[in-house]
Design a protein around this ligand. Structure first.
Ligand SMILES: C[S@@+](CC[C@H](N)C(=O)[O-])C[C@H]1O[C@@H](n2cnc3c(N)ncnc32)[C@H](O)[C@@H]1O
Length: 391
């Protein structure tokens, strides 16, 4: 017997007549290496020392031993042994073997905290000069929809006055917007987008978040989500993570743009978009926990960063070609903001963000360059009631 009890899982089976069953136990355990599983008898019964085991092989062997013996007591003991080991649900795996001890230790990085400290977390965001002093959003912008170019509207706002920005910018696909030319030269597109995002960073509070919903233009091989993320990192924001919004819109043909059944140039298909999440200065957003409105169930589900949500099907009704669905906004706001926070959407379209913000008792500011879309966003707000079930 290897006398190092602490590195084995100990299982006790009480049986005063255990000495009479020693042979059958020996028969069974002889099939397995002593370093993996061993036993001892004492006056109370049987002690099993378990380290690792090919459990399926063990189960088969127990069944063979049960068939071989005619003694009812021995059969019972064999059943009990199997049952006790089968009941252990916490183990690691190494090939066919279940590891009953130290399986976590092997996976853990030693001195994780020290290594993290010397490696540096979000090294790219170090040395930011963000002020920690937050400001109030002036009354004339509070709970308003504003028609205009966000780059210039945002310049009128003080620094550090917005808690959360959620938006989906125009993707430069060539969509038919009411008052905005979609599908320009990529350099011009990013230049304009980044001049607006620079203002977004400035107006965001310390500890505030900017979450950008973006669909890369796969057909043109432009990874917009990476380019945007890189911009935020260069501007010293912390990348908090990425949510994959799966719309499950399987409507693509197998061969479109690519090669059929040939590795020469297969075209990859996507049914999802991304939500890139960035924080200004701190991962933690200050707030009163009494103002959190996410339920335990919602929290458990939504922290898994793959969200299955249908795309918006009401675009015709609102006359807008690229809306996101209310459910997407609802999850973002409940997971990343408190009631009473100020939410900004600088590409507000027909006001999905602002309508949901109002319903969920957040303050809002929505900006869009199209007068027509802003009118619809206003109408939507008029028809939106604050959800009193959240109080
Ligand atoms: C993808 S859509 C957003 C739709 C919105 N999420 C919704 O659900 O209605 C992008 C919007 O950006 C607006 N836009 C484009 N350039 C802009 C600018 N410079 N300033 C403000 N809005 C702009 C467009 O009019 C369009 O409505």
């Amino acid at each position: 017997m290897l006398n190092i009890e602490s590195s084995y899982l100990k299982i006790k089976i009480y049986d005063k007549q255990i000495e009479n069953k020693k042979i059958i136990i020996l028969n069974l355990f002889n099939f397995f290496p002593k370093e993996d599983i061993d036993f001892e008898l004492d006056s109370d019964g049987l002690i099993i020392y378990l380290k690792e085991l090919d459990f399926l092989k063990f189960k088969k062997q127990v069944e063979i031993e049960i068939k071989k013996t005619t003694d009812k007591e021995s059969k019972n003991l064999l059943h009990t042994i199997l049952e006790k080991i089968e009941k252990i649900k916490s183990y690691g795996l190494k090939g066919k073997k279940r590891l009953y001890v130290d399986y976590n230790k092997e996976r853990k990085v030693k001195n994780r905290e020290e290594k993290e400290a010397s490696r540096g977390k979000f090294y790219y965001a170090i040395g930011n000069n963000f002020s920690k002093i937050n400001d109030k959003l002036p009354e004339q912008f509070l709970n308003k929809i504003i028609v205009g170019d966000s780059e210039f509207v945002l310049k009128q706002l003080p620094d550090n006055c917005i808690d959360l920005i959620f938006t989906s910018p125009p993707y430069n696909f060539g969509l038919d917007y009411e008052n905005h030319q979609d599908g320009v030269d990529w350099e011009k597109y990013f230049e304009k987008l980044f001049s607006i995002f620079k203002e977004c960073i400035r107006v965001l509070k310390y500890g505030g978040r900017i979450i950008v919903n973006v669909q890369p233009l796969f057909s043109d091989y432009v990874p917009i989500h990476h380019i945007i993320s890189n911009f935020f990192m260069e501007n010293k924001l912390i990348w908090k993570g990425e949510i994959l919004w799966d719309k499950h819109n399987y409507n693509c043909k197998y061969t479109a743009w690519g090669s059929w059944k040939s590795p020469s140039n297969p075209y990859l298909k996507y049914t999802w978009e991304f939500l890139e999440i960035f924080c200004k200065g701190d991962l933690k957003h200050e707030g009163d926990d009494k103002m959190a409105d996410i339920t335990a169930d919602e929290f458990k589900k939504w922290v898994y960063a793959k969200w299955d949500i249908q795309p918006e099907y009401n675009m015709k009704k609102y006359g807008h070609p690229a809306m996101f669905p209310e459910e997407l906004v609802e999850r973002v706001l409940k997971l990343f903001s408190f009631k009473g926070d100020i939410i900004l959407d600088p590409f507000n379209g027909v006001g999905t963000t602002t309508a949901v913000a109002k319903r969920l008792s957040r303050n809002y500011l929505g900006i869009d360059i199209s007068k027509e879309y802003c009118k619809k966003a206003e109408e939507r707000l008029k028809n939106t009631q604050i959800d009193m079930t959240l109080f």
